[in-house]
Design a protein around this ligand. Structure first.
Ligand code: SF4
Length: 191
C-alpha cells in the first residue's frame, strides 16, 4: 500500500471535506494545557502554488487549523512560510543556517513551546542543525521540532515511547512534556 506523503496528509486534512472536523472530534487532548505551537509549513508544500493549487502560499491556514483542532494554540510569525535552508546546506552551510535561524528565532520570540512541520526534511534539518544555528546566531533556541504526525499522535493520547521524542536532538523540556503528554511525570527528571 502506498503511504500518503506529508503534503497529501496536510492537504487532505486541511481541505473543506470535513476531515479537520473529525480530527477536532478525536484529538482535543491538548486543550487547556497552554501548549503554544509554531507552525512551519515547508516551502515545497506551498510552492509552486499554481501547480499545487493548495492554498495561499503567503497566508496559509491549514496547519494552524490542525494545531487548534488538537487543542493547542498556533502562534504566528512571518518565517513560517519560508525555506528551512536544507537544499543548500552542503554547498552553502552559512547561508542555509541563516535560513534556519529566521524561523527558529521568530518562533522562540513569539513564545512557542514547540515547532511543528509536516515536512520530514524540515523536521530533520531544524532539529539536527539547531545547535549549529544557535552557535551562528549567538543565542540558544532549545526549540523542540515535531513532525505533524507526532503532534496529532500526542493529542490522540499516544505515549512518549510510541512518539519517539527521545530520538530528537532537541529534547522536550519537562514543562513542555507536561503540556504535550498526559502521562508525563509531575516531578522534573533529567532527559
Ligand atoms: S526541507 Fe526545507 S527546502 Fe525542503 S520543503 Fe522543507 S522547507 Fe522546503
Amino acid at each position: 500500500m502506498v503511504r500518503p506523503t506529508p503534503a497529501l496528509m496536510i492537504q487532505a486534512t486541511g481541505s473543506n471535506a470535513g476531515k479537520s472536523t473529525i480530527v477536532a472530534g478525536l484529538a482535543r487532548a491538548l486543550v487547556r494545557r497552554g501548549l503554544k505551537v509554531a507552525p512551519f509549513y515547508g516551502c515545497q508544500i506551498l510552492r509552486p502554488s499554481k501547480l499545487l493549487g493548495f492554498e495561499d502560499p503567503d497566508r496559509p491556514q491549514s496547519l494552524e487549523r490542525l494545531i487548534e483542532a488538537c487543542g493547542a494554540e498556533a502562534i504566528d510569525y512571518p518565517a513560517k512560510v519560508k525555506c528551512c535552508g536544507f537544499p543548500i546546506v552542503l554547498a552553502r552551510e552559512d547561508v542555509a543556517l541563516g535560513e534556519a535561524i529566521m524561523p527558529l528565532e521568530q518562533a522562540v520570540d513569539a513564545g512557542a513551546d514547540v515547532m511543528v512541520t509536516p515536512c520530514p526534511l524540515c523536521h530533520l534539518s531544524l532539529d539536527a542543525w539547531q545547535g549549529k544555528a544557535e552557535r551562528k546566531a549567538g543565542r540558544e533556541f532549545r526549540l523542540p521540532v515535531l513532525h505533524l504526525a507526532q503532534l496529532l499522535g500526542a493529542a490522540a493520547g499516544f505515549g512518549e515511547d510510541e512518539l519517539k521524542f527521545k530520538r530528537h536532538v532537541v529534547r522536550l523540556s519537562p514543562q513542555t512534556r507536561r503540556k504535550l503528554l498526559p502521562e508525563a511525570p509531575r516531578t522534573e527528571q533529567p532527559v
